[in-house]
Design a protein around this ligand. Structure first.
Ligand SMILES: *Cc1c(COP(=O)(O)O)cnc(C)c1O
Length: 468
């Protein structure tokens, strides 16, 4: 299995290098050169398997033998044994032919755990085999930081430093990061904004000497291994609901287009999926694109579903690559033009091909709250604001065919919005019930590059990518 860049100019790589590299050196994203696929009989056999067993079969062809099969199976089993629910991503019925796929049973109660829990273990395995060590540095406005920390904690080959803007993340979000008791985890509250945190991280990556000195690394949303891990629950849900003999549609609350793109990959691997309903909040660039061929950038507006407050969906480039018949040069031109003039143009035929498979729907905060209230009244299910956007989008497209809406966060992660809609403040699961009394560990630093670099240097266990 080889991986090529969507911009066509970077050398092809194997799985382990793609895992450690993230973005391709030509600015593109890695995708498999050829897509593995399953026969109808193979898909039918998945009905009798556990989540981890399906995961192992879906992931194996992407790894292409670079991790020994038995070892890979053990890593996958270990990853999903740590989830709160035996089905890992359980289905709950909302109505006839309409289900919720709960993706929030991981350690931080959000769907990013499904991929990041595996990614942390794969990182650790590959780095240890290569005798290397990295320092993961990232900035967070809340959610991804906790998922990245839980993914990297206690891993021998990784240190992680996460910057958040002091006083500007919610209590639950901050405590999910700062109460993690692991020697290789550092939290830094920056006296500044989220943008300041991001600028500090960018500046650290742009400082080549520093980058080498601490072997700087990231676990960003464009890493192929994250997509690969997310393909699994589409395959699993389809099998549980009678696939491949029963086609489904999926509704997905979307930000960076990683989750819904994973569904598209599942479809290319043979899972019968009729349509994807792409749910957005007020940041509706994807809705405008799928509805009216208008992909133009507007300023980001803060909403009740902050993990979807995004204007440029980075993983969309992977779909663009297919729409351009995998012509990297054409993708590079289109994306450069997009960055330059703020509008992406694919041409009428390519847009039509995309709009045949994806439909877009958007919800403002008021509609989101109304959706939470409505489903709570009708079914007793409590949706978080992100999941509500997916369920609401799905409800606009119920045409008798079986439909699955993805629930991406536990309602207790966003208690204020949920209480506003239902009058009930959702409780954290028992495992996190004492979150508010656990001791916190956090360093407060000024918004100053040299100070932050010095902090990272002091906490990176090895320098120069030296053997551990
Ligand atoms: C990240 C996130 C999303 C958006 O997923 P993408 O893969 O970026 O489209 C939706 N909901 C929640 C809760 C998230 O954390």
């Amino acid at each position: 299995m080889r991986y090529v860049s969507t911009r066509g100019e970077a050398p092809s790589l194997g799985f382990a290098d793609v895992l450690l590299t993230g973005l391709a050196p030509d600015g593109g994203l890695y995708v498999p050169e050829t897509m593995p696929s399953f026969s109808a009989d193979e898909l039918r056999a998945f009905r009798d398997l556990s989540y981890a067993e399906v995961a192992e079969r879906v992931i194996r062809p992407f790894v292409g033998g670079e991790i020994d099969d038995a070892r890979l199976a053990a890593i996958v089993r270990d990853t999903y044994a740590a989830f709160d629910h035996p089905a890992v991503t359980p289905l709950r019925q909302l109505d006839s032919g309409f289900w919720l796929l709960e993706l929030f049973h991981g350690p931080t109660l959000a769907f990013k755990d499904v991929a990041l829990q595996l990614l942390g273990r794969l990182f650790d395995h590959v780095l240890t085999e290569r005798g290397r060590h990295v320092t993961v540095v990232g900035a967070t406005s809340g959610d991804t930081g906790a998922a990245a920390i839980e993914a990297c904690r206690d891993r021998d080959a990784v240190d992680i430093v996460i910057l958040h803007p002091k006083g500007r993340v919610s209590d639950v979000q901050r405590r999910q990061m700062t109460t993690v008791d692991a020697a290789n985890v550092q939290n830094v509250a920056i006296e500044g904004t989220f943008d300041d945190c991001q600028d500090l991280v960018k500046a650290m990556f742009n400082d080549a000497t520093f980058r080498d000195e601490v072997s700087l690394s990231a676990v960003n949303s464009i890493n192929w291994a994250r997509i690969m891990a997310q393909v699994v629950y589409y395959v699993y849900a389809s099998a549980q609901l009678g696939g491949p003999d029963r086609p489904l549609s999926f509704a997905v609350p979307t930000g960076n287009f990683g989750n819904v793109y994973a569904g598209y990959v599942a479809r290319r691997m043979g899972v019968p999926i009729e349509r994807f309903v792409v749910g957005s909040n007020t940041n509706d660039i994807l809705t405008r694109f799928f509805q009216a061929d208008d992909m133009s950038i507007r300023p980001v507006v803060p909403t009740l579903s902050p993990s979807m407050d995004i204007q440029i969906s980075s993983n969309f480039e992977r779909l663009v690559f297919d729409l351009f018949d995998r012509n990297g040069r054409a993708v590079a031109e289109a994306m450069t033009e997009f960055r330059r003039c703020g509008r992406l143009s694919l041409g009428q035929n390519r847009w039509r091909a995309a709009a045949d498979l994806f439909v877009g729907e958007c919800f403002d905060d008021e509609e989101t709250v109304a959706t939470i209230a409505d489903w709570y009244r009708r079914t007793g299910e409590t949706l978080d604001p992100h999941s509500a956007v997916g369920v609401g989008a799905a409800a606009r497209h119920r045409d008798g065919a079986a439909l699955v809406a993805l629930a991406t966060a536990h309602p207790a992660k966003f208690p204020d919005a949920v209480a506003r809609a239902t009058g009930v403040r959702p409780a954290l699961p028992a495992r996190l019930a004492d979150l508010h009394t656990r001791p916190e560990r956090v360093a407060v630093l000024p918004n100053d590059l040299a100070t932050v670099q010095d902090f990272v240097r002091r906490h990176a266990r090895t320098g120069k990518g030296a053997p551990v």
